[in-house]
Design a protein around this ligand. Sequence first.
Ligand code: NAG
Ligand code: NAG
Ligand code: NAG
Ligand code: NAG
Ligand code: NAG
Ligand code: NAG
Length: 228
Amino acid sequence: QCMSDGKWSGILPQCQPVTCAPPSIPEFGVLSYRLLKPGNISYFMDTIVFECVPPLALFGNETATCQANGTWSSIPECRAVTCPAPTGIENGFLNFAVRRTYHYNESVSFSCQSRYVLEGPKHSRCEKTGNWSTKPSCKEPCKIPVKKAVVLYEGEKKRVQNDLKEGIMHGETISFYCKNKEKSCAYTVPVQCVNGNLTLPFCFKERGFFSSLVKTDPSNMKPCEDLK
Ligand SMILES: *[C@@H]1O[C@H](CO)[C@@H](O)[C@H](O)[C@H]1NC(C)=O
Ligand SMILES: *[C@@H]1O[C@H](CO)[C@@H](O)[C@H](O)[C@H]1NC(C)=O
Ligand SMILES: *[C@@H]1O[C@H](CO)[C@@H](O)[C@H](O)[C@H]1NC(C)=O
Ligand SMILES: *[C@@H]1O[C@H](CO)[C@@H](O)[C@H](O)[C@H]1NC(C)=O
Ligand SMILES: *[C@@H]1O[C@H](CO)[C@@H](O)[C@H](O)[C@H]1NC(C)=O
Ligand SMILES: *[C@@H]1O[C@H](CO)[C@@H](O)[C@H](O)[C@H]1NC(C)=O
């Protein structure tokens, strides 16, 4: 403030260069850091990034800034972390896993039993919390809930009773033939296998033994889209 004596009040601020000494790294060098700028002197507002020597995990802020008073904003810690022996997953298994505790950032991978489909990350990692990261799940195949039918599967006509006894896998689609009585034509309705669940289309009628002898199966009728 301009004072009555013609002078400024207080002390005018000054700008001074500030350097931060390299951080002191205790604990036998388990913690190291990278200077992000060339040169080995750090100035005000420069940042450095810390790293822990594997398998130790870093706790705290991995980035530190050189502050106005010549100190670093924070220095993180390195600690040993272990995760318990990983448990398996339903309808699947661990690949080559040894039953032991694991260290931070070690990972294991999973596979599914035959005909089950793996969904989610194939690998699970030992996290800082001592827990395993999200494991994948194995999705169930679907049985086709009809005894006899001709369906469309992978672009080809298949007999359920012969070609699809095993059902289809999770995520796969089959198309059932439905009949349009008025126009006496047939159209297909795709349904997808969702984790063991396959819902038949409402229009689909399973054909009894006699009707299959007498009447034409919808799969042999004219496709409705050709009649327009
Ligand atoms: C810092 O750099 C100077 C000049 O490049 C060099 O003489 C000195 O040894 C370096 N100090 C460290 C700790 O690397
Ligand atoms: C870590 O420190 C930097 C500055 O050194 C700061 O910008 C950042 O917000 C901090 N991060 C956390 C998660 O505290
Ligand atoms: C340096 O400044 C920071 C932030 O302003 C403060 O938290 C810290 O206590 C100061 N350190 C010293 C040694 O004065
Ligand atoms: C964890 O391991 C992966 C390789 O599996 C590596 O790329 C990554 O840098 C490691 N992370 C840490 C924080 O050590
Ligand atoms: C991680 O592990 C801790 C115990 O170490 C537990 O309390 C916590 O619920 C776990 N978190 C998750 C997401 O599983
Ligand atoms: C099948 O679908 C039903 C109804 O949508 C659901 O309640 C059930 O959990 C599903 N089953 C599986 C194995 O996803």
